[in-house]
Design a protein around this ligand. Structure first.
Ligand code: FAD
Length: 499
């Protein structure tokens, strides 16, 4: 063992938004007896207050840290989410759902889309979504979390209630919470490592490892350590969001809506009693005043909050882990909320930290491994999101022409070529999104394969049709037996009165 290494025992989490409380609570639950955890947050500064749609990995993460689904959903006004409905993306009037489900059945030789493309060529294929249980359940506003039929799902949640819920668990499990504004970050004169946080109260909080969850400010990782930022706005050109909450006027559907407009898109996230709405746009193409009119003109129901503008630069922190500081959440970068990946990236970030935890001391090998994993996963997520913008046929605005004509990363260009030329899609080892996701979005964005694998032609005459018809009718039968999503939520996890 290297004697110059400093063992890590004291972990300081700076910031108490979604990222801060996920990190502190998970560490306390899993590594509690081995480390001390202090979280500093400032009520005066507050949190970003958005980030309410998740992906199914949230379920896995909650299981790992022992969170009861019912209690979590009741405390956070949550509903279930089976995917995202994209409207107006490839062309105005288009609609497709990117669901969390498996589409059809694949063979070792090739994925389901090849069978489907053959059936389509022969004139008897339904929509690709006819062969996906989650997608059909979403279309029917139906849901169950029972083991049968086993829907793959995520949640829509209230971000502030979620932080509060996690805080209760974290504090019970030993997280020490300190309220106050961080006014100075102290560093070791020689190594540059962070040694302590100074608060406006005069308090000084020392630590061995610091987790920067201070949001877009990146108070530790950037303002102090200057880890650098890769700006991706040439690929992901939106830079503003206007968010407003409205009272629900209809039953909650089990999917997020992402409705494109001529300078970006609008989200709609249904919770139990309210809906989260937001207009995402590029300020080169839409003024703030026009964005406000557009959002308020589109939402349904009484507005419950003042619309709030959030500015961002899409991109990533060059080194997520620098010195003895790890950036989690918005301080580590932001790739756009389109596929609801940020909360996942926080969860996977803290999971990786627990797996690589530097008990004996922080070494370059540990830091490089962590950064490498984080970088590779984020690049796949980035490519997946760019795909939605690049694969458009919209010609009705300067924003969409800019997206259609922009250069894209070589990695994404290669994927699009592979799909267009032969209908091939793949999930790389460090890819968050499965083949099903790439295929649903490629087809939804009208990427037309010029050819496909001929394996379906090896089947006996009539067999392909028989298999596809059987698959679709089995899904229809299962969906018909499901309760309505809103009814299921009301029975399973009604929001508590004390939230
Ligand atoms: P914040 O919420 O900004 O929290 C920062 C914390 O640091 C606060 O507690 C603050 O008080 C504290 N702090 C800052 N400075 C100081 C200081 N000097 N002293 C003390 N404390 C300080 N993610 C998803 O997964 N799904 C989505 O649907 C989604 N939608 C989004 C939509 C938009 C428009 C945006 C911008 C983001 C969205 N995200 C989404 C991302 C998601 O909101 C964030 O990843 C998540 O909320 C985590 O934020 P955070 O905790 O990093 O930062």
């Amino acid at each position: 063992m290297d004697d110059s290494l400093k063992p890590v025992r004291r972990v300081v989490v700076a910031g108490g938004g979604t990222a801060g409380w996920i990190a502190a609570t998970a560490l306390a639950r899993q590594l509690g007896p081995l480390i001390d955890i202090t979280l500093v947050e400032s009520d005066e500064i507050g949190t970003v207050g958005v980030g309410e749609a998740t992906i199914p990995t949230a379920q896995t993460f909650h299981r790992i840290i022992g969170i009861d689904e019912r209690a979590f959903m009741a405390a956070t006004q949550s509903t279930f989410k089976l995917g995202i409905a994209f409207e107006n993306w490839a062309r105005p009037g288009d609609r497709y759902i990117h669901s969390f489900g498996t589409v059809g059945t694949s063979s070792w030789m090739g994925d389901f889309q090849h069978f489907w493309l053959q059936a389509r060529a022969e004139g008897f294929a339904g929509n690709i979504g006819d062969y996906c249980l989650e997608l059909q359940a979403a279309e029917a506003d139906a849901f169950t979390n029972a083991a049968e039929p086993g829907l793959n799902y995520a949640y829509h949640l209230d971000a502030s209630l979620y932080a509060r819920f996690l805080r209760r668990i974290g504090e019970t499990d030993g997280v020490r919470r300190v309220e106050g504004k961080i006014t100075r970050v102290e560093q070791d004169g020689e190594s540059g490592d962070i040694t302590a946080l100074r608060l406006d109260s005069g308090a000084r909080i020392e630590g061995d490892l610091f987790i920067d969850c201070t949001g877009f400010r990146g108070l530790l990782i950037e303002q102090t350590l200057q880890a650098g930022y890769d700006d991706w706005s040439h690929w992901l050109p939106t830079n503003s969001a206007l968010a407003v909450q409205t009272r629900s006027v209809r039953p909650a559907v089990p999917y997020t809506k992402a409705i494109a407009h001529d300078a970006g898109w609008r989200w709609q996230i249904p919770l139990q009693h309210r809906v989260g709405n937001g207009l995402v746009y590029c300020s080169d193409h839409l003024t703030d005043a026009a964005a406000r009119d557009r959002l308020l003109g589109a939402v349904e129901g009484e507005t419950l909050t003042e619309p709030r503008t959030i500015r961002y630069v899409t991109g990533r922190r060059r080194r997520t882990w620098s010195h003895n500081c790890i950036a989690l959440g918005l301080s580590s970068g932001f790739v756009e909320p389109l596929e609801s990946t940020s909360i996942h990236l926080i969860m996977i970030g803290v999971t990786r930290l627990m797996q690589l935890f530097p008990f004996a001391g922080i070494t370059p090998a540990i830091v490089d491994r962590y950064n490498d994993l984080a970088d590779r996963e984020l690049e796949k997520v980035r490519d997946f999101i760019i795909l939605h913008y690049k694969m458009t046929e919209r010609d009705d605005s300067a924003f969409w022409r800019r997206c259609r004509d922009m250069d894209i990363p070589d990695t994404l260009a290669a994927r699009i070529a592979l799909f267009r030329e032969g209908g091939f899609a793949y999930q790389a080892a460090d890819d968050l999104f499965r083949v099903d996701s790439w295929v649903q979005v490629m087809l939804g964005q009208r990427a037309e394969p010029r050819a496909h694998h001929a394996m379906a032609r090896l089947l006996k005459p009539g067999q392909l049709r028989h298999v596809l018809d059987g698959m679709a009718s089995d899904i229809r039968r299962k969906v018909a037996a499901l309760p309505a999503h809103q009814d299921f939520v009301s029975g399973y996890c009604p929001a508590r009165g004390d939230v």
